[in-house]
Design a protein around this ligand. Structure first.
Ligand code: HEM
Length: 200
């Protein structure tokens, strides 16, 4: 429990640092919040990659670090939800500064992703696993993380057209972690290192 609080606090601190860096990066209000929205999404993405890739990483290259990520996946998921909530706050500030409303597609897909993220966060407990049943719980969480991955991947692949060199590492990370999951899936059936299910 203490570790969960620590990870969430670290994520909040990282998100806050991203906001400060963003606000300092531009001289006008809208520009400041636009940078804050960018930097907070980048920070949250890095946390997300660990959550999304933890199982595959542990299956393919087990180590103390991968075991930590695997055991504490739920806590890291909550840390991601915390960090990405800061993105939500920054983008609301940006939209207010611009007096803009996002287009319907962004509202539906991006808004849906936030709703999904909060559903995952709210069901990251042993009690929720028991209530939903392990199979439904797994399906819900698998759907949720893939949906969030899709929004990150779609955003970063789309931004390659804007600045290919800068956004290539982000796009590669998004595609790479998906590929890692595919490879790990294929290797299923081989011996897997022991993992404490339901911890974190
Ligand atoms: C209604 C929902 C959302 C809105 C209105 C929104 C808005 C924004 C804005 C204004 C930016 C800065 C864009 C710029 O550089 O000019 C941004 C960046 C970004 N957002 Fe969101 N966002 C939403 C949801 C999400 C979700 C759910 C995700 C991921 C799961 C996400 C991931 C990103 C990423 C990856 C960036 C690019 C950061 C970068 O430049 O590295 N956004 N978003």
């Amino acid at each position: 429990m203490k570790l969960r609080i620590l990870l969430v606090a670290l994520a909040a601190a990282g998100g806050a640092t991203a906001v400060v860096a963003g606000v300092l990066a531009a001289s006008d209000l809208a520009g400041s919040w636009q940078h804050a929205a960018r930097y907070t999404a980048r920070f949250a993405f890095l946390v997300f990659v660990v959550v999304y890739g933890a199982s595959a990483w542990h299956r393919l290259a087990p180590s103390a670090a991968s075991r930590f990520a695997m055991r504490n996946r739920r806590s890291l998921g909550l840390a991601f939800a915390t960090a990405h909530s800061v993105h939500l706050a920054a983008l609301i500030a940006f939209l207010r500064a611009r007096n803009e409303v996002p287009d319907v597609l962004t509202l539906v897909v991006g808004g849906g992703a936030f709703v999904t993220m909060y559903v995952l966060a709210a069901t990251s407990t042993d009690a929720a696993v028991r209530r939903l049943g392990p199979s439904r719980w797994k399906k819900l969480h698998r759907f949720g993380v893939h949906y969030l991955w899709f929004v990150f991947a779609f955003t970063y692949l789309g931004r390659l057209a804007e600045d290919a060199v800068f956004f290539a590492p982000f796009a590669a990370l998004a595609v790479g972690v998906f590929a890692l999951r595919l490879v790990a899936r294929r290797s299923r059936g081989e011996a897997r290192p022991p993992v404490v299910v339901g911890a974190g």
